[in-house]
Every structure is written in structure tokens, then in C-alpha cells.
Write a protein that binds this ligand. Structure first.
Ligand code: PLP
Length: 804
């Protein structure tokens, strides 16, 4: 180990020296942000030695590498994670203590790297942590967004979006690598002629050239030298890309590419920009991989043996035609050889069955922005259609499976045809892909389809964010689970141990206290830490049904108001959720939650029994204090809609009970803990499908038959929760005039009943603690280490690298 982290004194010496060298001032005069930056720099420099070693060994031993292409990496903060994975947290903490610096204060200086929207981006981040920790050579490719996902503030009960200036202190983890810059070409026209070798020569004369400059971040594994790379691409002006007259316009056009994470593509300009982003990082990333491959092997013939590329949803699917383009046009491969190589390299993960989220691009956009790429997609489509008729004998499938149809490019179809593996992210999700959404493709290519149930890294979501529970587990089952999360199942032997049950409840109370303090500090709301903490934290979306949750809270409020004998066990209902800026319905739900909260929390009688809290700016750092303080994990999506969920796993690993539908990975949670250790309610996916097929649901019947439902629906618009008559009309209309698309009222009674069950079960303290312990033990399966091992063995054919 390098000297500076060998012991406390060496650390202090180096820390002081660097502060003076870097900022020209002593520790006493240095600002806290400067102390943070120096600590980060020291950790990065320290990691750089292993980073270099990893690169050397990979190329010496000619190891296969995997590249995870994702438009999103929701990394959160990295300081604690890196210090702990490097095993130097305690030394640094002691050293800082001696200097009178609280390590927590430095940790708070770091901005979340919020390069993503939600689950899909967080999955990518968990995967990177697992890859490095399992000694697998797997790297990330993404965009270096100037602003992360917006910060959410609440003003007058409504969401306000504020830019997330995450780079304002710089990014201490990144290293700019101009030597690996790539020029990416857009627009213009394509000239072709027949070359002497009888193959087409292609000359693309672009109308826009953008320089892609990589910034590399080390991805540090746990107790290992393996250090992978997250490569973030930033757009800059190219050398001679335009004439001076339009210089400003050009600069703006370039800047725009990496400005924002797109939560929102409601405008045409926004849509085109998103396509530009996609090609920008795909083109730069693929070019770079090819260059590096050639440096090691001098030939591309073994490319597919040494490179695996995983496409995180359809956003990076342009990797397929881009690799084809380079192989065909620049390295003059025959089509069939290039195609076999491309398919063998690429694998695609599907993340959604919501039809509005299945990506399609107007032909005109692709043709104008990426003329050569469009030609290649067209050729892929033509050959695929020929193949369907002549080899598969299935001309009947041409209409449903075409890549280009009705003036649009269907990215999921391109992904399936152009890769060797298509995976869903939970067993139920994969089944729905095979049987419904991608049925025709499954008939054609059954061997491509496979399931990889999502996971989360227990390092961030247990060891780092819940040291209290980690200590208790270590005392009970020993330390092995820290490096081998499978060992969590050892806890099963102790779930009946009364002492352990009590200790667990104490740990939970401690985490609830930490969250309660945060709520008091940021929102000035007092919550009762002995009440049930009932938490729903996730992006705001109709199918996730936060509305069902708040409707039931309204119901409980009315019942208590109208009947002085009806009282619930004290409960704190906690929400956290960002809504996409253009998603008006979702924003209206946020407003409703706040208006109900105002009413409930300010009612001196009712607020003894319940509080409603909305924690703003949900992101990784909030999740780190929220998940582990929950007693109840709300996972209440309409069955069949949530592909997997990963929030459900974080709650489970920290000992919360799932109150949920049989959807996504909830199904697999219940499979492991048993129905008796979860609270499952509502329609199943097959029921939902049947209701749709038979068109047998009528929201108005529910409304007229059920007095409680009648009352809460009326309360949306009768002024109970807002004096503005326009408020919540949209919600009312979505429910009542679109026949309650997400079946909230169909599941209402079952949900209300499930919530009452929870309250009864919570009062049996021993029984409750036992359930929580069983959930923790069974969360072993949901470690992303398990998920990544499955990808490595079944899709990537990737083996652990040995560095010593
Ligand atoms: C885990 C996580 C998610 C995903 O939550 P789901 O409940 O699976 O939708 C979203 N955002 C953040 C910040 C997370 O940590």
C-alpha cells in the first residue's frame, strides 16, 4: 500500500502537505471544500496505481473486457464508497479527527453524481461496483452531463426544478484524457462509389463535427486491486469544423449535447438532441474500443472474442449500426462477417413493457442526422425481412417485427435482431416479454431470450449506508457476508432469537431517529419514531401508483374525522419522488400529497395518529437515509407494469416488509420469504391482462358501489384539500374519464385491507422483527454480485482477472 494511507500519521503529513501545495494555505486557513477536494484527490491518486496495474494486466494477459453502454449512471457520492472499498476509511477518519475535521462534514461536500433518472441508471452504478469487486474487467460508457438530473424544490406545494450544478467544485474522481478524443460526425451527405476491391467506398461529408473528449473515473472494487473505468464523454468544438460566420451557433450546438440528462423529450428539438446524444457517446465509445483492441491485438478478427458490449435499454442501440459502419467502411469487412461479429459482441437488456417507453425514431430524424447509419439500418432491415420470408418461412411476421415501419425506426427490434442475447430484468418481466410484448421475436429466436433478475450492491446499500445493521449482523453471523453477500442467508438460523429481535428493533429505531432528525432539520416536521414508517420512494409515475397510496391516506383521515372511535396505530407516511418536468399528472400528484399533508399534519387530533411527509429531491443520497429507516416498503405498481424494481430490494436488505403487488421482482421476493413474511395484495398480472382483453372493468361501478371510494374521489375536487377548484381536476379526469387505466380503484379495497393488516402485524413486536430478519437473510439473492455473475457466465463469457 502506498505510504500516505499506511497509518494515521502518514495520512496527516501528506494531507497537510497537499493542502499547502495545492491551495497555498495551511489547514487552519483552508476552506472545507478545499479539504474535501484534497482528500478526494489523494484517494484518486492512490487508486491510480491499481488502475494502471489493472490496465497492464488486462492487455498483457489479453483478457476479454465488457463495456456497459448506458445513457445513465446514477452514481451518487463516491468518497465513502471508495474509502471503504479501499479499506482505508478508519485511517482517514482517525487522521481527520486528530486535525479536528469531521469526516461526515467532508462527505457532505460531495455532490451526488446524478447522471440519470432512476432505477435504470442506479442499476448501472450497482453493476460497476459489483464488476470491480468480482475482479471482472467491465467498464462503463456514458455522457459527462454538465448538469445532473434537476434538483427538486417544493414551493407552494408544487415541484420546482433547479439545475443540478454537480461540477461546481469540479469532479475530484475524473481524469481528462484528451489523447483519446474522437471526432463524431453528424448530418451532411454520403457519397459512394465502387472501390477496386469490389466493395463500396463510402465518404461521409458531415455538416457537423463534434469532438468527444473522455473523462475517466476509476471504479474501485472492494478489497481488490481491480480498478475499472467509467468513461464519460464530453462534447467540445472540433479543430476545423465550421466557418467563422456561424461560430457562435456551432459552439452552442456543441455545448447543448452534454448539457442535460434528458428526463423529458416532449419537444421536437428535445427529441433530436436526445438522438444526437445517443449517437455522440455511442460513436466515440465504439471507436475507442476498436482503437484499444487494435493496440493490443493488431487485428479485428478476434474482436468478438475479446469484447462484449451490453446495451442498457434501447438508448445505446446505435452501437449496432455504428460497429457495422466502422467494420464495413473503415476496415472493409464483408457484410456477413461484420454482421456475425456485431451480433456476437452485442447483448441487449430490456427495461420496460410500457408501450410509450419503447423507443421509436422518425425515419426522417435518423436519415438527416445520421445518413450513413440510416443506410445501414435500412440494409439490416431489408436483410432481416428477406431472412423472415426465405429462411424462417414466416412472411406473416414481417409486419409486426420490421425494424423500419410506418415511418419509424423501432429501436427494440433493431436491438433484438442485432444482438445474441435479449434479457429481461425479473422473472415475471422476462415471461411477459416472451409471451406478449416480444412474442414473435421469441418464436424466431428463442435461444436469445434470457432472464437476469436485477440486484443491488450490498456494499453501498447495507455496509456503507447502514453501519448499525452491519455491526449487528457481523456480531450474529460473522464478517463473511461483507465480502460474500450469499452468507446473509446464515441469518436464517437466528430469526427466532429473542435477543437478536430486540437488537434489530433497536437498530431500526436508531435509523428512524436519524431520518426523523433529517425531516425535522429540512422540513421542520416532527415525526414520532415509534410510529410505523411507511415509505414509498421512487420516480413519480402513474403505473407506480403513488396516487393509490395518498387516496388511502385521505380515506383514513376521513374515517378518523367522522368517527371518534376509529383510530389507527400511529403511522408516518413518507413519500419521495421526482416527476419529469413535462409530466403534469405526476406533478399534480405531488401537489395532492402536499395538500393532504398540510391538512393532516396541522390537525391537532388526527396528527397524533398520522403524519404525511414528502422528502424533496429524491436521489441516491436521500435513498441512503430513507430505505434503512423504513418499516414498510410500498411496492404497489399495477401488476405487469414494473419490470423489476430495485428499490424493493434496498428496503428488503435493510429489514423492511414489502407491502406490494405481485409485480416485477416482488414476485421473487415473496418466492424467497414466503407470503407470510410480506403483505401482498391485489390483481395479478394475468388478472390485469384478462380485464384488458375482456374490457370488463368499469370505474364508475366502483365509485357507486363503495362509499369510501365515493368520498375520496369527491374530495379531490370539492375543496377539502385545496381552495383552488382547478386543483386535482386532472387527477379526477384521469381516474374517472379514462376508466382508471392503472386500476387503482380495482385494487383499492385489497390495498386498504393490506394496510390494516400491517398495522395489526406491527403490534406483535417479536413477530415483526422475525419477519424483518427473514427479509434481510433472503435479500442475499438480490445482491448485484449474483446478477453480475450470471451476466458474466451466461452472456459475456467473462472470467475474473488475476492481478497478482
Ligand atoms: C433504487 C433507486 C431507484 C429505483 O427505485 P424503484 O423503486 O425500483 O423504482 C430510483 N432512484 C433512486 C435514487 C434509487 O436509489
Amino acid at each position: 500500500m502506498a505510504n500516505e494511507f499506511k497509518n494515521k500519521d502518514e495520512f496527516i503529513k501528506e494531507f497537510k502537505k497537499r493542502i499547502i501545495r495545492h491551495f497555498g494555505c495551511s489547514i487552519e486557513r483552508a476552506h472545507i471544500t478545499e479539504k474535501y477536494m484534497i482528500l478526494g484527490e489523494m484517494v484518486r491518486d492512490h487508486a491510480s496505481e491499481n488502475w494502471n496495474l489493472t490496465k497492464d494486466v488486462i492487455s498483457e494477459k489479453q483478457e476479454k473486457q465488457m463495456y456497459y453502454f448506458s445513457m445513465e449512471f446514477l452514481m451518487g457520492r463516491l468518497l465513502t464508497n471508495n474509502l471503504m472499498n479501499l479499506g482505508i476509511y478508519d485511517i482517514v477518519k482517525e487522521g481527520l479527527d486528530e486535525l479536528g475535521i469531521d469526516i461526515n462534514d467532508l462527505e457532505e461536500m460531495e455532490s451526488d453524481a446524478g447522471l440519470g433518472n432512476g432505477g435504470l441508471g442506479r442499476l448501472a452504478a450497482c453493476f460497476l461496483d459489483s464488476l470491480a469487486s468480482l475482479n471482472l474487467a467491465g467498464h462503463g460508457n456514458c455522457i459527462r452531463y454538465e448538469y445532473g438530473l434537476f434538483k427538486q424544490k417544493i414551493e407552494h406545494n408544487e415541484q420546482v426544478e433547479v439545475p443540478d450544478k454537480w461540477l461546481s467544485l469540479g469532479n475530484v474522481w475524473e481524469v481528462r484524457k484528451p489523447k483519446h478524443s474522437v471526432d463524431v460526425k453528424f448530418g451532411g451527405r454520403v457519397e459512394m462509389w465502387m472501390g477496386e476491391d469490389g466493395k463500396a467506398v463510402v465518404n461521409h461529408i458531415p455538416s457537423l463535427v463534434v469532438r468527444a473528449v473522455p473523462y475517466d473515473m476509476p471504479i474501485i472494487g472492494q478489497n481488490t486491486a481491480t480498478t475499472n473505468t467509467l468513461r464519460l464523454w464530453s462534447a467540445e468544438v472540433a479543430d476545423d469544423a465550421c466557418d467563422a460566420s456561424s461560430l457562435n451557433e456551432y459552439v452552442n450546438e456543441v455545448r447543448e449535447i452534454c448539457r442535460n440528462v434528458y428526463p423529458d423529450d416532449s419537444t421536437e428539438h428535445g427529441k433530436l438532441l436526445r438522438l444526437k446524444q445517443q449517437y455522440f457517446f455511442v460513436s466515440a465509445g465504439i471507436y475507442n474500443i476498436i482503437e484499444s483492441h487494435l493496440r493490443t491485438y493488431g487485428s479485428l478478427d478476434n474482436f468478438a472474442d475479446k469484447v462484449a458490449i451490453q446495451l442498457n435499454d434501447t438508448h445505446p442501440v446505435l452501437c449496432i449500426p455504428e460497429l457495422m459502419r466502422i467494420l464495413l467502411d473503415e476496415y472493409r469487412f464483408e457484410w456477413d462477417d461484420a454482421w456475425e461479429m456485431t451480433k456476437k459482441t452485442m447483448a441487449y437488456t430490456n427495461h420496460t413493457v410500457l408501450s410509450e417507453a419503447l423507443e421509436k425514431w422518425p425515419v426522417q430524424y435518423v436519415r438527416e442526422l445520421l445518413p450513413r447509419i440510416y443506410m445501414i439500418i435500412e440494409e439490416i432491415d431489408n436483410r432481416f425481412k428477406y431472412h423472415l420470408s426465405h429462411d424462417f418461412g414466416r412472411p406473416d411476421l414481417i409486419d409486426s417485427c420490421a425494424i423500419i415501419k410506418e415511418g419509424q425506426v423501432h429501436m427494440a427490434h433493431l436491438a433484438i435482431v442485432g444482438s445474441h442475447s435479449v434479457n429481461g430484468v425479473a422473472a415475471l418481466h422476462t415471461r411477459i416479454l416472451k409471451e406478449d410484448v416480444m412474442k414473435s421475436f421469441y418464436e424466431l429466436y428463442p435461444e436469445k431470450f434470457n432472464n437476469k433478475t436485477n440486484g443491488i450492491t450490498h456494499r453501498r446499500w447495507l455496509l456503507h449506508s447502514n453501519p448499525q445493521l452491519t455491526d449487528l449482523l457481523e456480531k450474529t453471523i460473522g464478517p463473511q457476508f461483507k465480502t460474500n453477500p450469499d452468507k446473509l442467508t446464515d441469518l436464517m438460523q437466528y430469526v427466532d432469537d429473542e435477543k437478536l429481535q430486540t437488537q434489530f428493533m433497536e437498530v431500526k429505531l436508531e435509523r428512524k431517529k436519524i431520518l426523523a432528525d433529517y425531516i425535522k432539520k429540512t422540513l421542520n416536521i416532527e415525526v414520532d419514531i415509534h410510529s410505523i414508517f411507511d415509505v414509498q420512494a421512487k420516480r413519480l409515475h402513474a403505473y407506480k401508483r403513488q396516487l393509490l397510496n395518498i387516496l388511502n391516506i385521505m380515506d383514513l383521515y376521513f374515517r378518523m374525522k367522522n368517527d371518534p372511535n376509529y383510530r389507527i396505530y400511529p403511522r408516518t407516511f413518507i413519500f419521495a419522488a421526482k416527476a419529469a418536468p413535462s409530466y403534469t399528472f405526476a406533478k399534480e400528484v405531488i401537489k395532492l400529497i402536499h395538500c393532504v399533508a398540510d391538512k393532516v399534519n396541522n390537525d391537532p387530533e388526527i396528527s397524533k395518529y398520522m403524519k404525511v411527509v414528502f422528502i424533496p429531491n429524491y436521489g441516491v443520497s436521500i435513498a441512503e437515509i430513507l430505505m434503512n429507516a423504513a418499516d414498510v416498503s410500498e411496492q404497489i405498481s399495477t401488476a405487469g407494469k414494473e419490470a423489476s424494481g430495485t428499490g424493493n430490494m434496498k428496503f428488503m436488505m435493510n429489514g423492511a416488509i414489502t407491502l406490494g403487488t405481485m409485480d416485477g421482482a416482488n414476485v421473487e421476493i415473496v418466492e424467497r420469504v414466503g407470503f407470510e413474511n410480506a403483505e401482498i395484495f391485489g390483481l395479478r398480472a394475468d388478472d390485469v391482462a384478462l380485464i384488458r382483453r375482456e374490457n370488463s372493468y368499469d370505474v364508475w361501478r366502483k365509485y357507486h358501489e363503495n362509499a369510501n371510494i365515493h368520498r375520496i374521489i369527491d374530495a379531490l375536487t370539492d375543496g377539502t384539500f385545496s381552495s383552488n377548484p382547478n386543483d386535482f381536476k386532472l387527477i379526477y379526469n384521469e381516474l374517472m374519464f379514462k376508466n382508471d387505466e392503472y386500476l387503482l380503484l380495482a385494487d383499492y379495497d385489497a390495498y386498504a385491507h393490506a394496510r390494516t393488516n400491517i398495522e395489526r402485524r406491527y403490534q406483535d413486536k417479536r413477530g415483526w422483527a422475525k419477519m424483518c430478519l427473514i427479509n434481510i437473510a433472503q435479500s442475499a439473492f438480490f445482491s448485484s454480485d449474483r446478477t453480475i455473475r450470471q451476466y458474466a457466465e451466461e452472456i459475456w463469457n467473462l472470467k475474473a482477472v488475476e492481478l497478482d
